[in-house]
Design a protein around this ligand. Sequence first.
Ligand code: GTP
Length: 195
Amino acid sequence: LSLQVMLVGDSGVGKTCLLVRFKDGAFLAGSFISTVGIDFRRPHLLTSSSLLLFQMWDTAGQERFRSVTHAYYRDAHALLLLYDVTNKSSFDNIQAWLTEIHEYAQQDVVLMLLGNKADATHERVVKREDGEKLAKEFGVPFMETSAKSGLNVELAFMAIAKELKHRSMKTPNEPKFRLHEYVNKEMKSSGCCKS
Ligand SMILES: Nc1nc2c(ncn2[C@@H]2O[C@H](COP(=O)(O)OP(=O)(O)OP(=O)(O)O)[C@@H](O)[C@H]2O)c(=O)[nH]1
């Protein structure tokens, strides 16, 4: 099963880093090299019952590459929409990203909202509750992630994979996979004080 997954969101929110963390288990520290146009990677994920091949499209967040990325939305099975919890405008732009997604992506595209850089406690300006609220408003699953610490990275990709796998099987007797419930159950809190 080959799944086309696209990472979208403002420039600098950590799309490339999240993908590298998932693929190689490493964090790209230091200088920030902005993605030009679109970057293709092919990691795979082993679930309990099968090997899932991901085709990952790491898109450029910069405005000047938007027309390039629009062309790819149509083929995406899933979209990971990222904002940066240390950057308010990346959060404020989520609505605009959602409008764009509705315009260009397939109607049944699997969508998940991710608040990245959850490790950056001191620089945080967007509260987790704000992310949760926005996600609820738009009916999309949400979690905070960190490409730096690895928080929820595997889980985000695994949740997407499970959802897509269930959709592709189309076996009527199989209980429906509930992405929201799975995410809520499995999600690790990034907060210090939640029990
Ligand atoms: N603290 C922290 N920094 C991060 C995290 N993820 C990414 N960064 C930093 O944020 C900067 C931008 O990361 P990228 O992954 O290149 O951002 P991008 O979204 O791919 O940007 P474009 O390619 O321009 O769209 C880099 O300096 C990273 O080191 C994270 O989870 N925590």
